[in-house]
Design a protein. Structure first.
Length: 573
């Protein structure tokens, strides 16, 4: 394709144009790059690929495949890597404190590499939970023409003639502790649950944010639900590389695409799929990068009025592969748009509007995964925002697949996840109680750990909906049961959750969106007067820096002022 670009207005002119840039060009010649290629726009291909976990093992190959598309579109590709912290491996121990922090490191490292090397456009490849929002945050921060590519989900494992995911393994740990699963059965399950490359297969955080990529317009239509092992993923990577050059030519940038209506669309798709509660952290963080005010309550408002229509695990029956075969995210959005639940006027990376893209999709009435919005699984979304005396800054709960939306019981209080998990393993948790795990928030953890090991063990014990669990930390997208996260203000900031004592009555109503601590105000005032802030063991390094700069969960747990404070945008240097 013979596109001609004027580099005099592109960032890469600073490293490739004019006699004074001869030293810079010498580095490119050292890598075998021809003079005519140095004259092209420079496109960063950011990969979160590594051998840490199967979520990320195909990403480098996909990023490499995208180079052909960039060249065909008239650009010069430059691949580089960033980190990931894989939640399935970090889960249930101190390593999980690194997970949410990695989102900021990913966004920062992509930003710094693009800034330092003056890239003109960006294609980002991510597979595991925090790398998806981290990559999209960097795109919005830099505001160069960008496309997000998900590496794809894992195929389901097979065990006793049924599909299984890693969540079945976590829950089997609880069954084993309860004497309901022989050790050999647990070992046999762990060997087949994850049969190859790709991110966790249910509608957990990775697949939730992959849906967000398409719903918000940063990903090519129906590109993200295709499983990682499918050969056609290479075609998607090539198409993304070529299309980003069309975006550069048309001057279409992420902030043109990710408007406030686009964020509402994304939140609605999360609700319609029974997606991860972590979206209520990541959508506000992404909006922050674009200078858009969009917090937990905005997310919750979208959830409130959106039907739950995609029957996906952990609350439902199916996995990402099934959704792909049913027609993908755009099949879901076809019925949502027809029902008036999406704004079809939002721009996307195709250069067309969301509505124009959806017009290319024909509804498939024979598939079983995605319900018509006129006959939903439930009339309101699979995720609900809560607010009340225990959480003045809000909290969130995933109700997809739950039969019970109200819960009241006495508090059982733990000051860290390990103490609670030990009590669960010892079967020292009574039915009907409300478990409180605190000092696990963004600042107090530090790092706002997920609690999947604990919640899955409770389910394995058969107590998944016989107790409620409340935390200022967060939950995996794989969590199910009456589990409420993101309680704010967090305990480290002296929020009401810090004042809860054993036996206090807590009342939760997910239908009304309330969460109340039934304790007299004068009693709470006495407790507050006695309360002393707690320290933690992370007094240096990345976790210290994160705790020193992180904001509240309801605003996305972000660590810098965002686009609202900008005096310039990188893309315009």
């Amino acid at each position: 394709m013979n596109r001609i670009f004027d580099k005099s207005r592109l960032p890469s002119r600073h490293v490739s144009v004019g006699p004074e840039r001869a030293p810079h060009r010498s580095y490119y010649y050292a890598m075998g790059i021809a003079e005519e290629d140095i004259a092209r726009p420079f496109v960063g291909l950011a990969s979160a690929g590594n051998n840490s976990a199967p979520c990320n093992t195909t990403l480098d190959a996909q990023a490499d495949a995208a180079q052909a598309g960039v060249v065909a579109g008239g650009g010069m590709p430059r691949r580089f890597n960033t980190i990931t912290v894989t939640d399935g491996i970090a889960m249930g121990h101190q390593g999980m404190k690194s997970s949410l922090v990695s989102r900021e490191v990913i966004a920062d490292s992509v930003e710094l590499s693009v800034r330092g090397h003056c890239y003109d456009a960006l294609v980002g490849f991510a597979g595991c939970d925090k790398s998806l929002p981290g990559m999209m945050m960097a795109m919005l921060r830099l505001n160069v023409p960008s496309i997000f590519v998900y590496g794809g989900s894992i195929l389901p494992g097979r065990f006793h003639d049924r599909d299984v995911t890693v969540v079945d393994v976590f829950e089997a740990v609880g069954q084993y502790a309860a004497g309901g699963c022989p050790l050999q059965e647990l070992i046999a399950l762990e060997k087949v649950a994850c049969p190859g490359h790709g991110a966790c297969g249910g509608q957990f955080t990775a697949n939730t944010m992959a849906c967000v990529g398409e719903a918000i317009g940063l990903s090519l239509p129906n590109s993200n639900m295709m499983p990682a092992p499918y050969q056609a993923r290479e075609d998607i990577a090539v198409a993304a590389g070529e299309q980003v050059m069309a975006l550069l030519e048309a001057h279409i940038r992420p902030r043109d695409i990710c408007t406030r209506p686009a964020f509402i669309n994304a939140a609605r798709v999360v609700a319609a799929t029974g997606g991860s509660t972590n979206a209520a952290l990541h959508l506000p963080a992404m909006a922050h990068e674009a200078g858009i005010a969009f917090d937990l309550f905005d997310v919750a408002d979208a959830f409130k009025s959106t039907p739950y229509v995609a029957d996906l695990k952990p609350g439902g029956k199916f996995v990402a592969k099934d959704m792909y075969e049913a027609g993908g995210v755009y099949m879901l959005m076809k019925t949502m748009l027809a029902g008036g639940f999406l704004d079809g006027n939002c721009l996307t990376v195709t250069g067309k509007t969301l509505g124009e893209n959806i017009d290319q999709v024909t509804w498939n009435p024979d598939q079983k995964v995605i319900y018509d919005v006129k006959a939903p699984l439930s009339p309101t979304g699979g995720v609900v925002g809560l607010k009340g005396s225990l959480a003045p800054e809000g909290a969130i709960v995933k109700v997809a697949g739950m039969q019970r939306l109200q819960f009241e019981g006495p508090a059982r209080v733990f000051d860290c996840e390990e103490d609670c998990f030990a009590a669960v393993e010892a079967r020292d948790i009574a039915e009907g109680c409300v478990i409180v795990i605190r000092y696990e928030g963004p600042k107090g953890g530090p790092g706002m750990r997920e609690m999947l090991s604990t919640t899955a063990a409770l389910y394995g014990l058969g107590m998944g909906e016989k107790v409620a669990l409340i935390t200022d930390g967060r939950f995996s997208g794989a969590t199910r049961g009456f589990c409420i996260g993101h309680v704010g203000p967090e305990a480290a900031d002296g929020g009401p959750i810090a004042l809860v004592e054993e036996g206090d009555l807590i009342r939760i109503d997910a239908a009304l969106g309330t969460i109340e601590l039934i304790v007299a105000q004068e009693v709470l005032a006495e407790r507050r007067a006695r309360w002393v802030p707690r320290g933690n063991n992370y007094q240096s390094g990345a976790l210290w820096r994160y705790a020193a700069t992180v904001g509240p969960a309801y605003q996305g747990a972000v660590t810098h002022p965002g686009a609202a404070a900008e005096t310039h945008v990188y893309a315009d240097i």
